[in-house]
Design a protein around this ligand. Sequence first.
Ligand code: DAH
Length: 339
Amino acid sequence: MLDKINKYIGEVAQFNATKINEIENFRVKFIGSKGIIKNLFGEFKDVPNNEKKLVGKALNELKNAAAEKVKTSIEALESAQGEKGIYGDLTRPGAPVEIGARHPISIVKNKIAAIFSRIGFTVSEGPEIEDDWHNFTALNLPEYHPARDMQDTFFVEKNPDLLLRTHTSSVQVRYMNEHKPPIRIISPGRVFRNEDISARAHCIFHQVEGLYIDTDVSFADLKQTLLYFTKELFGKSKIRLRPSFFPFTEPSAEVDIYWGLETETDYRITKGTGWLEIMGCGMVDPNVLKNANIDSEKYTGFAFGMGIERIAMLLYQIPDIRMFYENDVKFLEQFKAES
Ligand code: DAH
């Protein structure tokens, strides 16, 4: 037994590790709960009494040597790896997790939806490929109505009754066909117009349509709703309604917000007036209600529609509408904080 122990003492003295797992294997082999030393202590009871003193001494020597070897090996490894130690430098900054950003159109759409949801509006969406009835006729825009020219349309070649919707007002019609008043919805979505692309116009853009129908809905309700909305979104509470024309509302108005004239940019974007147009609106034309089988004697309502790109350009001072569609990461990642 003494020979065996001395052989192990030799092995321990020889041991030299360059990796942490080698040290761990060594530790398990010698000091582990099923390791060599534990076994030797088990055999110790069978050692003849006269040898016990010598063998015991050697065994303790082996035990201490193995423990010491583990300790010094770890220390050597740590110092070999310099400041980093075997676990690396624990004070180093963590590796950042790359997070993406929502697209500014989605950010603004979500803001608008959140503002209206607080006053009871839910979101309703409709198809991008529409038929003539939902996009035009039911909205008081019969065939050959001159106002159709306001929205240059992409038609589906094989079926001229189908088109890419020119506005999200079409969702109003779909919703009114399926739901009885009271109705309180907003309809965000993509719309299409056959227009030349420039810094201010695109053939694909996004709108949010709003519709509120109930008994006794008045123009004052419309104005109050718009006031609430502009205050929440822009933090500005001065608006004005300019008389305008839309076939689906009567009376109709365009909403201007007072942007101010404090900076040069204010001057530029408001053309020196301080006012900016942000949306169209009006009281739902009784013909539109009738087309959806809603009793226009009993119910009234208001509607409004706005372009999301336009609002996003104002909120974030984006000078060119084309930037929304170029997917330039340098542009998009600026919206991380808003996502
Ligand atoms: N649909 C109109 C457009 O695309 C926007 C609009 C104006 C919607 C007035 C409305 C409204 O609901 O009342 O230009």
